[in-house]
Design a protein around this ligand. Structure first.
Ligand code: GLA
Length: 776
């Protein structure tokens, strides 16, 4: 028997048998085994209800892939859904990597061995809270702020080349070739992003040319299904509540089985915001509802894992994601199968297809505590910078210097003179400004704070800006996220010239630069070295709560970024990456630890916020004084969760926009908004890249993340919600003020209500909208 037929037989005994199909002669299997019928997915002519769960192999140590796949199967799922992240496989243009942790074909083979089908989502764009949504940074060497995810040759050509490579590697894994891949997704939620359906046709053709011959599909949030539909491409809807509305949207565009492409089991965390949770009871009820409606689903996530290395992404406008991608998913970051897992398993069990049984969950991997150990050696970042500097008249974005990401020092001489303001055109992401080694301020892209006050100088001084890139935005047009200090950099209006730029480029795998260790502490940004001895190996959670902000490596492997503002305070250290005996830990801390010690805990800490440890935040000077001010519009939103466009009687010009919520459909005193966009005179939405929230009358910040930023991050699933868990309940009117970054002509607004059934709290009924310019 050939290897291929052996693996086919395994498949039939596994996933195939799971749907009650008989062992077919090999000749019959060569025909299209998987098709999309009018009401069902069909496997060998039999109805297949897809019960799928998402897991990203890049976020799980390879040694644990089988363990997690077994857990997915034991939860009652028959399919695993996986993104490919283009930048993970082509970090340097033209150099592809499919080895080890990146071995996507092996992941498919293991899934097949476990009796799971695979749904593949190769991009080119993915999203997924992954650096730049999976797009490679080097695309940004080309000019323009709107060419990614369009038909521009600077995007399409490299994407096509990559997709061909994906076809070469994963084409043989399709069911049509004896592998487990049933369906392949084209792009990702394009309806959230653009309107050019010809682009979607081109992306679809690209996959076909690359050799994908199984059914293709696209996914979109419920609200974007209808507008994004193209002929000949199957649709699935993404949502975290209200399956009936999601399925109804699908019925409007096609005759076919209904499927939720991403059902949110929880949600991702961002630094500085409360840890997110997803309700198991709510999810199980929705899953059962979908199964009863003969629907299929894919859980996002079944198992989230960890954004190891420097792969974590960043939400828009700029909210970097934590390294933990636990997601509050039913299978935890470390692969634990707790109560939530049980609830899903029990909930799905009654809906298995004839002949199917649930295998027992795999045993949990061992966990170890690591006794506290110290970091007795350090190396200042200054000493780790390359000797050779790039000379620049005025700093360009880092991509122009072929620097992918890292820590960058910019130096310039500042002549003697009076105090004044230092201002850069843009700073991505955080930077510490110092004069002759003394820190004088910070730049912080979260608040678009690109200026710092400098003191008077009696002699020329060295001005240094030490910059740290956190992650490229993975969502919205903000994916055009060029890093570094963007010139001109001016002092009192005069451009500063002749810069020396030195960078530690961590490259794809967060490679450490050569470091020379000295005993004892180093002040400011520094690398630190410590070690621990392990008698036995096992998973552990390194406690970083005494440190500032930076990156951690164990035995040369990068665990990810940490930031003591939380909510994540620990870092998942997988057992297979620990050695029995001596283990070396290196930390890069940008601000310096409060205590240069660390320990390994047996449970993670994912939910502790410490805003007091953050960089100084500029105080908000805004106090709305709207009494007597004429609103640009006053009205009532329609009931329900659909997106609504409102046109003002006439366009109004201003720099700020204020939404004032007067009451809610549920009669309670809360307000909630999933998304707010503004319409220009051409009827199109205004660019939101420079928007910031300058005032919110109230936001929920402990029970859940009801932060106002959720109203302008482009995601319909999360929302701004007025506070309810602490203190007296705030009464309407509730106000949210957005600074648009520049004056704009506003002709209307696009409102996305909080999603979910009509019973959700806070859906606004009566409201007023103001456009104007705040006076201090
Ligand atoms: C969207 C994307 C996913 C992911 C989720 C949020 O639905 O398609 O890639 O980013 O949002 O976790």
């Amino acid at each position: 028997m050939t290897i291929e037929s052996a693996s086919r037989r395994r498949l039939l005994q596994g996933a195939g048998a799971a749907v009650g199909s008989l062992l077919l002669p090999l000749s019959a299997q060569a025909a299209a085994r998987f098709t999309i019928g009018d009401t069902d997915f069909l496997l060998d002519g039999q109805r297949l209800q897809i019960r799928c769960g998402e897991m990203h192999f890049a976020r799980v140590p390879r040694e644990y892939w089988s363990h997690r796949l077994k857990a997915i199967k034991a939860m009652g799922l028959n399919t695993v859904c996986a993104y490919l992240f283009w930048n993970y496989h082509e970090w340097r243009e033209g150099r592809y990597d499919w080895q080890g942790q990146r071995d996507a074909a092996e992941f498919c083979r293991l899934a097949q061995q476990e009796g799971l089908w695979v749904i593949l989502r190769p991009g080119p764009y993915a999203c997924a809270e992954w650096e730049m949504g999976g797009l490679p940074w080097w695309l940004l060497k080309k000019p323009g702020d709107a060419f990614l995810r369009t038909r521009d040759a600077n995007f399409v050509q490299p994407a096509r080349r990559y997709m061909k490579e994906v076809g070469r590697v994963l084409g043989p894994q399709q069911i049509t070739h004896g592998g487990p891949i049933l369906m392949v997704q084209v792009e990702n939620e394009y309806g959230f992003f653009g309107e050019d359906l010809a682009y979607m046709r081109e992306m679809k053709a690209m996959l076909q040319e690359a050799g994908f011959d199984v059914p293709l599909f696209q996914c979109n949030p419920t609200n974007a299904v209808v507008k994004s539909h193209i002929d000949g491409l199957f649709n699935v809807a993404n949502f975290g509540s209200d399956p009936a509305t999601g399925f109804k949207a699908l019925d409007q565009v096609q005759k076919g089985p209904r499927m939720c492409g991403e059902y949110y089991s929880g949600w991702f965390d961002t630094w500085g915001a409360p840890h997110r949770r997803g309700s198991a009871a709510g999810a199980v009820a929705d899953i059962q509802a979908m199964l009863k409606m003969n629907g299929s689903f894919s859980l996002y996530m079944a198992h989230g894992g960890t954004s190891f290395g420097l792969w974590g992404g960043c939400d828009r406008p700029f909210r970097p994601d934590t390294s933990s991608y636990d997601y509050d998913a039913p299978i935890s970051e470390a692969g634990w199968m707790g109560e939530k897992f049980q609830a899903y398993r029990e909930g799905i069990k009654p809906y298995l297809q004839p002949g199917e049984t649930l295998p027992p969950p795999p045993p949990q991997n061992p966990v170890i505590a690591i006794a506290p150990f110290g970091f007795k050696e350090s190396c200042p970042v200054q000493a780790a910078l390359p000797a050779q500097a790039i000379k620049a008249a005025s700093p360009l974005p880092l991509e122009q210097y072929d620097i992918s990401r890292g820590v960058v020092s910019y130096r310039v001489t500042l002549p003697a003179g009076p105090a004044g303001t230092l201002e850069a055109a843009k700073v991505r992401d955080l930077a510490w400004v110092s004069i002759d080694g003394r820190q004088v301020g910070t730049f912080d892209t979260r608040y678009r704070r690109y200026s710092v006050e400098l003191p008077a100088r009696s002699k020329p001084v060295t001005l240094e800006i030490l910059l740290y890139t956190i992650a490229r935005v993975n969502f919205g047009v903000e994916i055009h996220d060029r890093k570094g200090l963007h010139g001109p950099v001016r002092f009192n209006g005069q451009p500063l010239e002749n810069w020396d730029i030195r960078a530690i480029d961590f490259d794809a795998d967060a490679v450490l630069p050569p470091l020379t260790w000295k005993k004892g502490r180093s002040a400011g940004a520094a690398f630190w070295r410590g070690s621990f001895d392990a008698a036995r190996t096992g998973d552990s959670f390194l406690d970083l709560s005494g440190w500032g902000q930076g990156i951690v490596w164990v035995n040369g492997r990068c665990l990810g970024r940490y930031w003591s503002i939380g909510p994540t305070q620990t870092m998942y250290l997988p057992g297979p990456w620990i050695k029995a005996g001596h283990n070396e830990v290196v930390v890069l801390d940008l601000t310096g630890p409060r205590s240069a010690r660390m320990a390994g805990l047996k449970t993670p800490i994912l939910d502790q916020l410490h805003p007091e440890l953050d960089l100084a935040r500029p105080p908000s000077k805004v106090k709305p004084a709207l009494d007597g001010v004429k609103p640009a519009h006053e009205g009532e939103f329609a009931r329900g969760s659909a997106v609504q466009d409102v046109k003002f009687a006439q366009p109004v010009r201003g720099r700020q926009f204020c939404l004032e919520a007067l009451d809610a459909f549920d009669g309670k005193s809360h307000a909630a908004v999933a998304e707010l966009a503004l319409l220009g005179v051409d009827g199109k939405t205004l660019n939101q890249s420079n928007w910031t929230i300058v005032y919110v009358s109230s936001e929920e910040a402990s029970k859940e993340d009801g932060g106002a930023l959720n109203a302008i991050n482009g995601q319909a699933t999360d929302y701004w919600h007025t506070a309810y868990s602490k203190g007296p309940l705030p009464k309407p009117p509730h106000r949210l003020i957005i600074d648009l970054g520049a004056d704009a002509e506003v002709a209307g607004l696009r409102y996305t209500p909080r999603q979910g059934p009509d019973s959700v709290t806070g859906r606004i009924r009566r409201y007023r909208a103001y456009v104007g310019t705040l006076v201090n």
